[in-house]
Write a protein of this length. Structure first.
Length: 119
């Protein structure tokens, strides 16, 4: 699951934290009509307001699409279980970094495999 701010509150940190709250807590039922490679989009608006505040809410302003790093959540089966899953959320940049680190580790392992030193 990912979250993209389309209209900013005017406070970037609040926008980022709102996305974190949504990606960590939102629950959606899978759509049986979608193939595994397809995705479904949900749109909504969250208006944060301090208790007992009489201040008027600011009108949200449109955000450029490259404004924030997209947060992507992935579910994986917990080792030793057939059904239990865990959810990991990271930015696209962090997922790519983790992938590159894993590839580098396997390149090192494969480079050493089958090599012999001495005789």
């Amino acid at each position: 699951m990912d979250c993209k701010v389309t209209h900013s509150s005017g406070h970037p940190l609040l926008d980022q934290e709102t996305c974190k709250v949504i990606t960590l807590n939102a629950m959606f039922k899978p759509d049986p009509n979608l193939a595994p490679s397809q995705t479904k989009t949900h749109e909504g608006m969250i208006a944060w307001k301090l208790p007992k505040s009489t201040a008027a809410l600011a009108t949200p302003s449109a955000v450029a699409s490259a404004g924030f790093d997209k947060v992507i959540c992935k579910k994986s089966v917990i080792t030793g279980s057939l059904a239990a899953t865990e959810r990991t959320c990271m930015t696209l940049r962090d997922w790519n970094r983790m992938s590159e680190d894993a590839k580098e580790m396997w390149r090192d392992v494969q480079g050493k495999k089958g090599s012999s030193h001495g005789g």
